[in-house]
Design a protein. Structure first.
Length: 233
């Protein structure tokens, strides 16, 4: 059942989805990188993902299939082409577009690289499995002596690397694809936030930091794969 909750505000383009599950008593965990996590816990978490990937197609139910779409990409493509948002949208509108333009050679080339990797992945449909999408430590709980994955809103049928890349496992090409997907999606989402009406509050300052970090991460990725088109000098 879906129900609308509250007023989303005069300038809100979208509402929010809320998922409600039955209460589960157990031990929860805070998000952290797997390389910073106890090795036994990491191995146990990986075993849960491996078990998930072995679920037969007959038991998948009806999750959607990975499309490799980068949400809000149209706004990112527009910024890379030199389009600027209305400065009246808020104090970060022009700053964000200018920052992205400074990294345009790298971001544009990485988008093309991502598209090629995604096309290769689409051509290997026989490898697709049931994936969670966000198997970080914060999405695990221990209950009744078992480690469980929770928060299934992101479940899709897709390459196993959709879950494995954070563990540093799987086909390196598709691990690279999902690392790029993360940073490109963050960049596009933050840029879209500043292209809409906004203020200069704590959330906006945090979003600006995320945008700066995402662009820096993309430059690092470009350097690590030996790309000749990095924007760094």
């Amino acid at each position: 059942m879906l129900a609308e909750l509250g007023n989303h505000g005069e300038h809100s383009e979208h509402g929010f989805a809320v998922s409600v599950y039955r209460r589960l008593d157990g031990e929860s965990f805070e998000w952290q990188r797997w390389e910073q996590t106890d090795t036994e816990l990491t191995a146990e978490a990986l075993a849960v993902v491996t078990e998930l990937h072995s679920v037969p197609e007959s038991a998948w139910g009806s999750p959607e299939t990975e499309t490799f779409t980068i949400p809000k990409r149209a706004g990112l493509d527009a910024a890379l082409a030199g389009k600027r948002p209305d400065p009246a949208m808020g104090p970060y509108a022009d700053r964000a577009a200018e920052l992205v333009s400074q990294h345009a050679p790298t971001v544009s080339a990485l988008l093309d690289h991502y598209d090629r990797l995604a096309q290769t992945a689409r051509g290997q449909r026989d490898r697709f499995v049931l994936t969670h999408g966000e198997p970080h430590l914060g999405n695990y709980m221990r209950a009744d002596g078992r480690l469980l994955l929770i928060d299934w809103d992101s479940a899709l049928i897709g390459p196993p690397e959709r879950d494995l890349w954070n563990f540093g496992l799987g086909d390196p090409r598709f691990g690279e694809l999902y690392q790029l997907r993360w940073d490109l999606s963050e960049t596009a989402a933050d840029l879209a936030r500043f292209a809409a009406r906004h203020t200069d509050g704590d959330n906006e300052r945090a979003t600006w930091t995320t945008l700066v970090d995402s662009l820096a991460a993309l430059e690092t990725t470009a350097a690590n794969i030996g790309a000749p088109w990095t924007s760094r000098h």
